[in-house]
Design a protein around this ligand. Structure first.
Ligand code: GAL
Length: 910
């Protein structure tokens, strides 16, 4: 990175990290209250959206402290979802005293001073310890279960007396129930849903006591779900006549380079007991995605509408407009992810009574059975990854910078699409996807009526699926990144007629809420032509296309024959497994092998140390190596692409060490954010042509970082594995593999050629399987079209001598949220990483920052995540440092290890 680039990078980082406000409707609401004077006419009664993330008291009870449960409260919880019930049954609020009124934790008089002081987002389980009683390793072996109570006071000014007061909870794991001033207001069971409670009837001027109860059973998830108020909580104060919850919808039915037709729907909610006439005016601006703010002049205006909304009801109005020469949204590197924002104002009685912002993008999506997905008429092959919601050692608690880092690495990989497996993500993640230009399949359920686990969503499906599905789509449908909805993953009843009937019902609901996108469910056992498969208008296949395990029988042809017009894609592919930097011998001579342990064999595994070979040829019994998947995708070019299982490792589901390890082996990137060898196998395929000069340097604006990143990492690539420090293998056969998009490669062992190989189209790696290990140097020289392409070397390193440290960002914002990810390497005298080093490293910090967690990406490491002492794994460890709110200055982070020279890095928090 040059000096100019570095300066811009830093400036960009500061702006970005200083503003948690990104481009989503709710965040934008907050932005409005900050800029009344200059950009808009005065907003005397505009809405306020206030973060309630600070100042909570929390206590967890491993066994039930209050005799409450979802079942006891159900009749009082169900009415919270009424707004989203269209075809199902409305649930009136029961009369009488609601449950819990006599529980001490809901009383203002209860003294919670010895409860833990916490800020949100908060995941009560992530601190550990591991091996929590009765929690399976599949759920991460962390203490997610039990009842968690959160309490805080809420000050309401008397001037807000005639407003609507809402509580918006972005995510609460799980079975949320909310009391204000001792009265149960409502709640929502599904832990991934975002929901709103109307506090108005329960609120009083002055201090109010807000108490939230969450309740997690032992066994309700196939992976680590997290626990607690793990996303943001907001207070919204607005005129009683206002834009409803997720109340705008913008579509772009006709898009060209010359013009775009925009359709707008605004839902006006009138909570008064008299009808109200309002004028609705909407202007469109360019959205500066770095700041989440509107930029420049109005670029289009929707015709103003006057409308009357009856007492206590909702009413929808529509308008259309055209934008000339629109800046389209599309995925890089070929396209740019440009965004707009529509600012809707409601006027009544000569005043602006509400201002509501809707970020959106202008793009067309074409779904074609032959050509796959096209954005703005340009075909885009889906190079996707699945990802869970946890952020590694930070747990499920949403951290904007951690999510941004995940996407940065995925973009560097060449990944252009994300499947939100298997539940609604944080809205901020969708904002990031919009800004980075990822294509998204947004998914809601892993389970319908038939269970996968005893206490999973099947217990709620009948009562809640409509509310969950409709609120999810209304929340997310303005994000241009979303190109498809998934209403289910590997649903147990996919092979039954009843499952087909439910698929039809869910598909119809999705269409009613968003007719512009195609949807389906991801199938692993369904047959082409079944009622279930017929219901979707995209065909998502999990592993079925590649053929399970050793079998090459692909389901692509039968689905292709049954649905020639539908897009077919692998919603899950591969499920390859490995641990970073560990190589296990012998290496399978095939291009795919079922991983050992699972089926009793030992292929690619070291069960004693819970490791799996990073030759990247081993997959679970239902999966396939990346090489095998690439082959099947190439053989069936009508397939629109794949979503690899997974981009990042995640907590829980440690297959094949199901009962022994803590986190997954599936990631292309490990849990700490270090790249496995597989990273380069995918990068070679997904970014084959990148080289300096291939980026677009002219974009020296807020997207500079993106292009800078593409350039920096865009050098021709060749990657050798394994490492070349094997004191115990002298004279033994040690296969050498190389990942590169080159078509020829010559390997040299200590300067002697081991042969020049040409890559056949059906091979996705170069392999020299009969190399005999001797210390020294491996060097590969690769060629493309006869010209030298890229070179890589691996050499035998010396003994561990010292630590080195590197921060991903050395300047962070002093906002109490921003993070710096600090990697430590154990190196020899020459500074080369010692590949199998496992020294115990102790971190310390001084200055206005704290070390939130440490990790090393080893799924078999049960050291608690907040521990300041962490063993290196394959030479590396990570510490995550968070700034202190409002305290700027120097943060010094140090690392020490016995017998090694320590290291430190200095951050600036500003
Ligand atoms: C799939 C499932 C994913 C994950 C994966 C692991 O069948 O949909 O959630 O469990 O297997 O291979």
């Amino acid at each position: 990175m040059g000096p100019l680039a570095r300066r811009l990078y830093r400036a960009y980082g500061l702006v970005l990290s200083g503003l948690v406000l990104l481009a989503h409707p709710q965040a934008a609401e907050a932005a409005v209250s900050r800029r009344t004077a200059n950009e808009y006419p005065a907003v005397p009664n505009g809405r306020e959206r206030i973060s309630l993330n600070a100042g909570w008291r929390f206590s967890r009870f491993a066994s039930n402290p209050d005799s409450l449960s979802y079942d006891v409260m159900k009749e009082w919880i169900l009415p919270t979802g009424n707004q989203f019930v269209v075809t199902g049954t409305q649930h009136p609020r029961p009369s009488g005293t609601p449950p819990g009124s006599n529980v001490t934790y809901v009383q203002a008089s209860f003294d919670d001073s010895d409860w833990e002081a916490v800020n949100l987002p908060h995941d009560w389980a992530i601190k550990g310890p591991f091996n929590a009683p009765d929690i399976p390793n599949s759920m991460g072996a962390l203490p997610i279960n039990g009842v968690g109570w959160y309490r805080r006071t809420l000050f309401i000014d008397s001037t807000d007396a005639d407003k609507s007061i809402f509580l918006d909870i972005d995510g609460a794991m799980s079975n949320a129930a909310v009391w204000l001033n001792g009265k149960l207001v409502g709640g929502w069971p599904y832990g991934y849903a975002s929901f709103r409670l109307d506090l108005t009837p329960y609120v009083k001027a002055g201090d109010n006591m807000l108490a939230i109860r969450l309740d997690n059973p032992l066994n309700f998830s196939r992976w680590y779900p997290g626990a607690g108020l793990y996303r943001s909580v907001w207070l919204v104060k607005v005129d009683q006549t206002h834009v409803g919850q997720s109340g705008t919808y913008i579509t772009t039915p006709a898009v060209s380079a010359e013009s775009a037709h925009l359709d707008l729907t605004v839902e006006i909610e009138n909570k008064r007991n008299a009808s109200r006439v309002v004028d609705v005016a909407t202007d469109v601006y360019v959205l500066d995605t770095a700041t989440g703010q509107a930029r420049g002049d109005v670029v289009a205006t929707f015709p103003q509408m006057t409308t009357s909304t009856m007492a206590s009801s909702r009413h929808t109005v529509n308008a259309s407009t055209t934008i000339v020469n629109p800046m389209l949204w599309g995925p890089p590197p070929e396209q740019e992810p440009n965004m707009y924002v529509a600012v809707t104002r409601l006027f009544a009685d000569g005043e602006v009574i509400d201002v509501y912002e809707t970020p959106f993008g202008i793009r067309s999506v074409t779904y074609d059975g032959d050509k796959g997905i096209s954005i703005n008429g340009k075909p885009v092959r889906i190079q996707g990854t699945n990802n869970h919601h946890d952020l590694g050692s930070l747990g499920a608690a949403f951290h904007l910078r951690a999510a941004e880092r995940q996407l940065e690495l995925l973009q560097e990989l060449g990944c252009n699409a994300l499947r939100m497996s298997h539940n609604p993500p944080a809205t901020e993640l969708l904002d990031l996807a919009d800004r980075f230009g990822f294509l998204v399949q947004d998914e809601i359920f892993d389970v319908w009526r038939r269970q996968k686990i005893s206490d999973d969503y099947h217990l709620y499906f009948d009562d809640w699926h409509e509310q969950d599905l409709r609120s999810f789509i209304r929340r997310d449908r303005n994000h241009p990144s979303i190109i498809s909805w998934s209403y289910g993953n590997e649903i147990v009843e996919q092979t039954e007629d009843s499952g087909g009937a439910t698929a039809e019902e869910l598909h119809a609901m999705v269409k009613a809420e968003d007719p512009t996108r195609k949807s389906g469910a991801a199938m692993n056992r369904a047959q082409a032509g079944s009622r279930f498969a017929d219901a979707g208008d995209v065909v998502g296949l999990n592993y079925q296309g590649e053929g399970h395990g050793e079998s090459f029988r692909s389901a692509f042809p039968s689905f292709r024959a049954a649905y020639p017009e539908k897009v077919i894609w692998s919603t899950e592919s591969s499920s390859a497994v490995s641990t970073r930097g560990t190589y296990i011998f012998p290496v399978t001579p095939a291009n795919h092998s079922n991983v050992g342990v699972q089926n009793g064999g030992d292929a690619g595994v070291d069960p004693e140390n819970l490791l799996i070979s990073a030759y990247e040829l081993y997959a679970v019994s239902w999966g396939a190596s990346p090489d095998k998947v690439f082959g099947m995708q190439d053989k069936h070019p009508y397939v629109a692409g794949e979503f690899v299982w997974t981009g990042w490792d995640y907590i829980g589901e440690p297959t094949p060490y199901d009962t022994e390890a803590r986190s997954s082996y599936f990631g292309i990137i490990d849990l700490a954010g270090f790249k496995k060898d597989r990273f380069y196998l995918y990068q070679a395929r997904w970014r084959p042509d990148l080289r300096p000069g291939n980026g677009k340097l002219e974009f020296l604006d807020d997207r500079f970082l993106l292009w800078e990143r593409l350039l920096t990492f865009g050098r021709p690539m060749a990657h050798i594995l394994p490492h070349w420090t094997w004191p115990d293998r002298v004279g033994e056969v040690t296969p050498v593999h190389v990942f590169s998009s080159a078509d020829e490669a010559e390997l040299f062992v200590n300067g002697k050629s081991a042969g020049r190989l040409q890559r056949e189209p059906s091979n996705y790696r170069f392999r020299w399987d009969d190399i005999t290990y001797e210390p020294g140097e491996l060097r590969v020289v690769t060629y493309k079209d006869g010209a030298e392409w890229a070179v890589d070397t691996k050499k035998t390193v010396g003994d561990a001598a010292k630590l080195t440290m590197k921060a991903d960002r050395t300047t962070i914002s002093a906002d109490g949220h921003d993070l710096s990810f600090i990697s430590v390497a154990v190196v020899d005298e020459n500074g080369d990483t010692v590949p199998e080093a496992s020294d115990s490293i102790t971190f310390s910090v001084s200055g206005p920052g704290e070390i939130v967690s440490t990790d090393n990406g080893n799924p078999g490491d049960f050291t608690e995540f907040p521990s300041l002492t962490r063993k290196a794994f394959s030479g590396l460890a990570l510490a995550i440092v968070r700034s202190e709110a409002g305290a700027s200055g120097k943060i010094t982070v140090s690392a020490e290890a016995d017998g090694l020279k320590g290291a430190r890095v200095v951050l600036r928090s500003i």
